[in-house]
Write a protein that binds this ligand. Structure first.
Ligand SMILES: Cc1cc2nc3c(=O)[nH]c(=O)nc-3n(C[C@H](O)[C@H](O)[C@H](O)COP(=O)(O)O)c2cc1C
Length: 314
């Protein structure tokens, strides 16, 4: 079995893949703060197979992010294998199969969490990925399709027997989407039954909480998604709520600059808005700044405004 464990430092907390958020600029910031490794958002293997440039662009990254894992989704083992072959030259450190996406267009067609309904297809995909890439393979799952089909024990046992180096488990069913609470007892059951590293995932919002979960449920580590948006300090064990504007600013500016380099000046300003809502969460300054920020269409001007607090001509 190929593993990434040797390449991961002592950190046990990881930025969970999130489409539209965990792009290269944000992964880089989180990794520098202490996220154990980097995972791209999920990318369609159908699109990769057709050499769709937008899909391939989602795998752009910087060396500093390593260890770097490409996450893919798909339902046809042959297409998954051919799709991944199109991007192996980009030299990722591992491949993660998405078996947890609950979005209807993905899961209802049999990809993402849809694979929980077809474990034999998932098994074949893992086999093909292992054979084609010679890289460490992992999977990210949910507990089952719905409460009547909680097959996480079978799925995790199957994945382990196929040689994945780790499994990340979001403690909800596909039917739950993001409602209710993640079931950490079930995550703990998987951690107890498997010998490979299990990363628990769901509703964790702080470094302390992540370490508490590791202790309480025997998981190797914890993936943090929504709680890490606009909150990279979490990976350094810092509580954003205790950081004032001046203390948050350097990281935010680094993010803006990195986004401008990655997406261009205008797109970066627009894409930063959703991050800033979270970055400046709970600060009185944000109430005043929000309107201006949402009108700025240049990262350069955004940077200036955030630095000086002075409205700048758009
Ligand atoms: C906006 C958004 C996009 C997401 N995109 C992905 C994705 O591309 N791949 C994936 O495995 N999970 C994705 N997820 C799920 C998260 O990685 C995570 O499993 C889920 O949010 C639960 O963890 P949390 O409670 O820490 O947010 C996404 C979640 C959100 C909110």
């Amino acid at each position: 079995m190929k593993t990434l464990i040797d390449k991961i430092g002592s950190s046990r907390v990881v930025l969970s893949p999130m489409a539209g958020y965990s792009d290269s600029p944000y992964r880089k910031i989180c990794r520098q703060m202490g996220s154990a490794y980097s995972i791209t958002e999920f990318v369609s293997t159908e699109h990769l197979f057709r050499s769709n440039p937008k899909a391939i662009a989602l795998f752009r990254y910087e060396e500093i992010e390593r260890p770097l894992v490409f996450q893919v989704f798909g339902k046809d083992p042959d297409i998954v294998a051919k799709g991944i072959n199109r991007v192996l030259h980009l030299n990722p450190d591992g491949i993660d199969l998405n078996m947890g996406c609950s979005v209807r267009t993905v899961s209802a067609s049999g990809s993402g969490a849809g694979l929980l309904k077809t474990p034999e297809v998932a098994r074949t995909i893992i086999r093909r990925l292992t054979a084609e890439t010679n890289l460490p393979i992992s999977a990210k799952i949910r507990l089952g399709w719905d409460s009547g089909n909680l097959n996480y024990k079978e799925i995790s046992a199957m994945l382990e027997s196929e040689g994945v180096w780790s499994i990340a488990v979001h403690g909800r069913t596909r039917q739950m989407g993001y409602s209710g609470r993640a079931n950490w007892d079930a995550i703990g059951e998987i951690a107890e039954a498997c010998r490979i590293p299990i990363f628990g995932n769901g509703d964790v919002t702080s470094y302390e909480e992540a370490h508490q979960k590791i202790q309480d449920y025997g998981v190797y580590g914890v993936f943090i998604g929504r709680g890490a948006i606009g909150n990279p300090w979490l990976f350094a064990g810092k509580n954003r709520e205790f950081l004032n504007y001046a203390e948050r600013l350097p990281t935010i500016l680094e993010h803006v600059q990195s986004m401008a380099k990655f997406y261009g000046d205008q797109a970066a300003a627009i894409l930063m808005r959703k991050h800033l809502t979270q970055y400046l969460h709970g600060l009185p300054e944000w109430n005043r700044m929000r309107k201006v920020v949402h009108h700025l269409t240049s990262a350069r001007l955004l940077e200036e405004y955030l630095s000086t607090g002075m409205a700048v001509p758009t």
